[in-house]
Design a protein around this ligand. Structure first.
Ligand SMILES: Nc1ncnc2c1ncn2[C@@H]1O[C@H](COP(=O)(O)OP(=O)(O)OP(=O)(O)O)[C@@H](O)[C@H]1O
Length: 227
């Protein structure tokens, strides 16, 4: 049976102005990610990858085109509804770490559970996720005591907390060494085998073989990857 894609991006564009001159950071992007699919977007710095991902998760409104996330059209959705959808169904790993400095590592990871259901007792799952990314022993530390790569892994554990239907990860392996980068890609791959949709942006080509589909982003234009 065919199911609707978890991510359905149709002819999406984003126009910005710089120095009074408009330019398209993303042009005519069309992309789907279905259940169980691991899709990777490759592209150089400044090619429009983050702009596209931010539109996919509803943090940025497209200038043109439509985005449907988990069956819901994002256009016209209120900020509250978009936040609730993200928290419930989407594991978003933003660029940078984005962890809260006033919370311990453990509390950062279980924050999504608390935000969606007021569930405080999800400590067991949060610790399992920290173990999966190799950080269990740092659970009670504050982010200021962690390295950039460790913070990156906290953000990944946090994104998985609510068992998302779809993962959208912006350079999740940046600032990770090769072993940790491979571990993160492996986690995503296993989740995809279990039915999760994964959309990952990277400029690290070592994960190419793990992906079901690859796209190149060049100057805001998306095209199937040429090997
Ligand atoms: N708010 C904005 N206003 C104007 N231009 C912007 C804005 N945000 C991004 N840009 C420009 O849009 C282009 C695409 O940026 P984007 O962050 O999507 O690239 P990227 O591929 O994610 O790069 P990186 O790998 O370095 O994160 C860049 O030229 C950037 O300078």
């Amino acid at each position: 049976m065919m199911t609707a894609p978890l991510i359905d991006v149709k002819r999406v564009g984003k126009r910005y102005e710089r120095g009074g001159r408009p330019f398209w950071a993303v042009k005519g992007a069309t992309l789907t990610v279905s259940e169980g699919e691991f899709v990777t977007l490759l592209g150089r710095s400044g090619s429009g990858k983050s702009t596209l991902l931010n539109m996919v998760v509803g943090l940025l409104a497209p200038t043109e085109g439509t985005v449907t996330l988990c069956g819901q059209a994002l256009a016209g959705m209120s900020d509250e509804a978009a936040s609730a959808l993200r928290n419930r169904a989407v594991g978003f790993v933003p660029q940078g770490a984005g962890v809260l400095s006033t919370l311990t590592v453990l509390d950062n990871v279980r924050l999504p559970a608390y935000l969606s259901a007021g569930v405080r007792e999800e400590e067991g799952r949060a610790l399992e996720l920290l173990e999966a990314v190799g950080l269990k022993e740092l659970a009670n530390q504050y982010p200021s005591a962690l390295s950039g790569g460790e913070l990156r892994r906290v953000a990944i554990a946090r994104a998985l907390m609510n068992r998302p239907k779809v993962i959208v990860a912006d350079e999740p392996t940046s600032s990770l060494d090769a072993d940790n980068a491979a571990m993160v890609v492996d986690i995503f791959k296993k989740l995809a085998r279990g039915g999760t949709g994964v959309l990952m942006v990277t400029h690290d080509t070592s994960s190419i073989e793990q992906s079901d589909r690859l796209f190149d982003m060049v100057g805001g234009v998306l095209s199937p990857h040429e090997a």
